[in-house]
Design a protein around this ligand. Structure first.
Ligand SMILES: Nc1ncnc2c1ncn2[C@@H]1O[C@H](COP(=O)(O)OP(=O)(O)OP(=O)(O)O)[C@@H](O)[C@H]1O
Length: 332
């Protein structure tokens, strides 16, 4: 297979993406507006992985649904290659959908138990290409080999495979249409730890061979450390820190990033600020976010200004961070 994109080429660019859900309060009252994603920007190049991290409810999956064209953003721009998905025609979207493929968390639920593996792999080709049956089968068998499965698995059913093998099949299916971007939503979190490493290595090998861009959604920073080139930390729909993985993991500057790293065994940083932070309390409701910094209600470093004014992203020590106190914390 030839690489679908050249390394360094921007595969996806999101500018100020927003997703607002109206929450009904009955027929006669205006709905509340829930800001699931509040102005998130990023880009991913061919051959690179951007990991989106944060607690449950921070907006990771909503972002994944927008980038996979399952949902339209309420606002902002989303470029896949040169085309802005927002405002694209139905025909353009049909073509763009082939360029973005999803791998889900649950390899047990995502494969139809009544279909043979060959049928599962060939289904996207039947709908989207003019390939003959023989050509489809050839491609499916080649794809099985590419993800480390034997060609004779072509005739078997999903229940005959382990969780790790099923996730390999799900990855194979995602690659059948030669996408340039794979959105992986917690792709290894349902697997045993020993199998996780194998699937992560497979994803890394495929990325190298095919020049794929990955948007990798995960709450597990241990996994993110292995697979990501860049990291975007979300809190309550907002980006709080975004930049190169090594910069963020070696010196997290946002108190929320510090807390996430401090709570991951083996990843707590060496700086005094990182060792001190323990995340307490619940994520506030996105229906009623804090007035100032979204993290202010749980932040041990919050000062008066943080409760009244919302910090914007600023560049500091080679990454972007949204925190009034980041400069001071960086020098501690
Ligand atoms: N279709 C929807 N309608 C209304 N609210 C929604 C909808 N989808 C998500 N939300 C809300 O948007 C916020 C972000 O949800 P989202 O699922 O994107 O977060 P997440 O970080 O992916 O969490 P998880 O890891 O639990 O999936 C949550 O408050 C959620 O309840």
């Amino acid at each position: 297979m030839t690489p679908p994109a050249t390394e360094g080429v921007t595969v996806v660019r999101a500018d100020n993406l927003r997703q607002v859900y109206p929450i009904s309060k009955g027929m006669l009252r205006k709905p509340d507006l829930l800001q699931a994603v509040s102005g998130v920007s990023f880009s991913v190049q061919a051959g690179k992985t951007l990991a989106i991290v944060g607690e449950s409810g921070c907006g990771k999956s909503t972002l994944a649904r927008m980038v996979s064209l399952i949902e339209s953003p309420t606002d902002g721009a989303l470029h896949l290659g040169e085309t802005n998905v927002v405002g694209a025609s139905a025909d353009q979207k049909r073509v763009l959908r082939q360029k973005v493929q999803l791998v889900f968390q649950n390899p047990y639920g995502s494969l139809n138990p009544r279909k043979r593996i060959g049928q599962i792999l060939e289904a996207p080709l039947e709908i989207n290409t003019d390939l003959t049956a023989a050509q489809r089968e050839e491609k499916a068998r080649a794809m099985l080999a590419l993800v480390g499965l034997r060609p004779e698995h072509y005739d078997r059913y999903p229940h005959m495979f382990s969780g790790g093998q099923r996730q390999r099949i799900a990855i194979a299916r995602a690659l059948m249409l030669n996408p340039s971007l794979v959105v992986a939503d917690e792709p290894v979190s349902a697997l045993d730890v020993s199998i996780q490493a194998q699937v992560l290595n497979l994803l890394a090998d495929l990325q190298k061979d095919l020049g794929l861009a990955y948007l990798f959604i995960s709450h597990d920073l241990g996994v993110v450390r292995h697979i990501a080139h860049d990291v975007l930390v979300m809190y309550l729909g907002h980006t709080v820190e975004h930049g190169e993985k090594n910069a963020i993991f070696s010196q997290p500057l946002h108190p929320y990033t510090q807390a996430l790293l401090a709570s991951t065994p083996g990843l707590a940083g060496s700086g005094p600020a990182q060792q001190r932070i323990v995340l307490k309390g619940e994520l506030p409701s996105p229906l009623n976010p804090p007035k100032g910094c979204v993290f202010s209600t749980r932040c041990p470093h919050a000062v008066e200004r943080c409760h009244v004014e919302r910090p914007t992203l600023q560049t500091l020590r080679g990454r972007q961070v949204a925190c009034f106190e980041a400069e001071r914390l960086a020098t501690q």
